[in-house]
Write a protein that binds this ligand. Structure first.
Ligand SMILES: C[S@@+](CC[C@H](N)C(=O)[O-])C[C@H]1O[C@@H](n2cnc3c(N)ncnc32)[C@H](O)[C@@H]1O
Length: 249
């Protein structure tokens, strides 16, 4: 049998096992399905050889960003970076920001590390774990400069809406983690999800300011590089909705 390396095992630890008060395994509603996509030898080597410099593991206490990045620059968290190309491009374009990308799909994590190395990026770390657990346990309150979520899984059937990551509890947590004036930037090519995102964000009017002039969506900003899913959507003739909110002081 093939030997299991760190990268192969990582896929099995993307969430913490949690138990009910009477000790039964807690089945969680997840926003992702672990796809079986094979980790290529190249992606596996990238993860195995560069984790110490570019990877971060789940921890039950908050990360020390200053120690991780060696500076006090604002930290932007991206959830579900896919193959990571647009995240690496953003990190390259914004050297005075630090980026942490979270993705559960290991081939994407390997590909992102490879691209970050190719570009010589220093202001990026990647995590291979359920983002909702990272946000809850590993990020200090008030410590983020921004949260970006681009083309999250839309969970198109009504019976699956509960699996959408954007829910009131999720936004409550994000607001807790953002510093004053921290931003929330969402993009989706699924109209029904865009409306759902707007409806949920509007429930936090007292804490969040919508930057949209029309009080709904913003025009696609140039600073957001084209993502892989967005490109695929374009080919299918999909529109795109961007939402950009700021945490009130
Ligand atoms: C539809 S893809 C979009 C990927 C990328 N942002 C793009 O636009 O090309 C959504 C990604 O989010 C990841 N994802 C979903 N829920 C997640 C979670 N709770 N934690 C980390 N990643 C998650 C999935 O594995 C998937 O790769």
């Amino acid at each position: 049998m093939e030997q299991q390396t760190f990268a192969d095992k990582k896929r099995k630890t993307v969430e913490q096992a949690e138990f009910t008060e009477d000790g039964r395994y807690l089945r969680k509603v997840r926003s992702f399905v672990l796809r079986t996509g094979r980790l290529s030898d190249y992606q596996r080597d990238m993860m195995n050889n560069n984790w110490a410099n570019l990877g971060l593991d789940y921890q039950p206490t908050p990360f020390d960003f200053e120690q991780i990045f060696g500076n006090n620059n604002p930290v932007v968290l991206e959830i579900g970076f896919g193959m990571g190309k647009s995240l690496v491009e953003m990190a390259a374009q914004n050297p005075l920001r630090n980026y942490i990308g979270i993705e559960v799909h290991t081939p994407g994590v390997g590909a992102c590390i490879a691209y970050a190395l190719e570009k010589g990026i220093k202001n990026l770390r990647v995590i291979c774990h359920d983002a909702t657990e990272i946000l809850r346990d590993s990020i200090a309150d008030g410590s983020l400069g921004g949260l970006q979520l681009y083309f999250p899984d839309p969970w198109q059937k009504a019976k699956h809406y509960k699996r959408r990551i954007v829910q009131p509890e999720f936004i409550t947590k994000v607001i807790e983690k953002l510093g004053p004036n921290g931003f929330i930037h969402f993009a989706t090519d699924w109209e029904n999800y865009a409306e759902h995102m707007l409806e949920v964000l509007r429930q936090f009017d007292d804490k969040l300011q919508n930057t949209s002039e029309t009080n709904d969506f913003i025009p696609r900003p140039d600073f957001r590089p084209l993502t892989k899913f967005e490109e695929r959507g374009h080919k299918l003739g999909h529109s795109v909705w961007d939402l950009y909110f700021i945490k009130k002081e």
